[in-house]
Ligand binder design. Structure first.
Ligand SMILES: N[C@@H](CCC(=O)N[C@@H](CS)C(=O)NCC(=O)O)C(=O)O
Length: 234
């Protein structure tokens, strides 16, 4: 059994999609980051970086329980454990790492900063909104170019690079259909997969979600995520 600690966020959802696609036995342990669940001593023992997702694999390497954080590393671990969604061809496998790193180093952080300054920051900072908004557009164009040349990010086969990327770009595809046509085509192909649809829904049934936070983000939430409450635990 694999336990996924997380909630309704892109980084947890990419792991949920992978677990479902790989048909691994798993369960969700909900972590409500708006309530500060990630700051408890129990959670910090799993990840001192106080971030979700984390997994515990009861049957890790050598059969022993194994704890892992960082969503990209978790995807690689699961793909190597099952031999699934990693291209066999050496070039395509290297491209899988390339696009996975691109998601982890560029799409994740830049989209995150864009969301922060657009939705969560208490004060309005036009320079930051413009800077990260432009970067999101640039990164979407890079993806659109790649997916115009290639069916999947790695090449001819669906891989963990695609799984890592869709949860971040889905809301842009919904909000701006037709703007990135090749990403749209790829997104539709992914959304047609039952595991993707199910994984993207992780956490939405919970009363308090990040989406809910978009409407009602408070100073308490800011204190937990970026302010005094976070630092007082460190
Ligand atoms: N690089 C990390 C980022 C993880 C991350 O930023 N997680 C967010 C949710 S998407 C979180 O748990 N934030 C809680 C906090 O910052 O206190 C990964 O890919 O796993």
């Amino acid at each position: 059994m694999i336990t996924l600690y997380g909630g309704p966020t892109p980084n947890a959802r990419k792991v949920a999609i992978a677990l479902l696609e790989m048909k691994l036995p798993w369960r969700l342990e909900p972590i409500d980051i708006l309530a500060g669940d990630q700051l408890t001593s129990e959670f910090l023992a799993l990840n001192p970086n106080n971030k979700t997702p984390v997994i515990i694999d009861d049957h890790g390497p050598n059969g022993a329980p194994f704890t892992l954080n960082e969503s990209g590393a978790i995807l690689v671990y699961l793909a190597e454990k099952t031999g699934l969604f990693l291209p066999n061809d050496a070039s395509e496998r290297a491209l899988c790492w390339q696009w996975l790193m691109f998601q982890m180093s560029a799409i994740g952080p830049m989209f995150g900063q864009a969301a922060h300054f657009t939705h969560y920051a208490k004060d309005r900072h036009p320079y930051a909104i413009e800077r990260y908004g432009r970067e999101v557009k640039r990164l979407m164009m890079v993806l659109n170019h790649r997916l115009g040349d290639s069916e999947w990010l790695s090449g001819t086969s669906y891989s963990i690079a695609d799984i890592a990327t869709l949860p971040y770009v889905r809301s842009i595809l919904t909000a701006q259909p037709g703007q990135y046509p090749h990403v749209d085509r790829w997104g539709q192909a992914m959304l047609a997969r039952p595991a993707v649809a199910e994984g993207l829904a992780v956490g939405t049934a919970r009363a308090e979600t990040i989406e809910g936070g978009l409407q009602g983000f408070t100073d308490e939430h800011r204190a937990i995520l970026w302010g005094d409450r976070q630092h007082s635990q460190r």
